[in-house]
Ligand binder design. Sequence first.
Ligand SMILES: [Zn+2]
Length: 172
Amino acid sequence: MSLLTLLPGAHNDILVMPRWPSKQVLVDELTWQKLQAAQASLPAHLGLLLTRAYEPAVTELGRARTVFRRMGIWLFGMLYPHRKDEIDDIFGSNGHDLDGTHIDVSITIHGRRVRLLPLSVFTPISWQARRIKKFNADLVLVQTALAAQGFQLHRNATESLQIHCDLKPVLQ
Ligand SMILES: [Zn+2]
């Protein structure tokens, strides 16, 4: 598996916007090809935006993520005491520390980024529901395009809006 280093900006038809404090996205080459194929199958008004892929745990970025994660878990527990069973799904590294086949994607509609989670993972479920309703048609198109290329969406509702997905290994 080979990794590509993508700097912020447009790469073919996909925008790369590394999530702070990252300055680049390291992505598996096949995963990137599949993402481009997904983009190519979408109607012209819909764009994919790549924000996160491989983040090795031992780097400064990995350590920063660990600190954010601890603070995040604490805050999430305060805000949503009844959603504690989601903490592993939301704050786990979800494979980002393993390899570049685990990615977070956002979408643009007519070139404007759609904030499905305006308060990140702390966005209340009721707000999420309103946004899903508003953007549902486009969201379904994106999810279908990703699934057709072999991506699996995260099972947690909040993570799936992130849009965290994993390229499924091809069974030989
Ligand atoms: Zn993710």
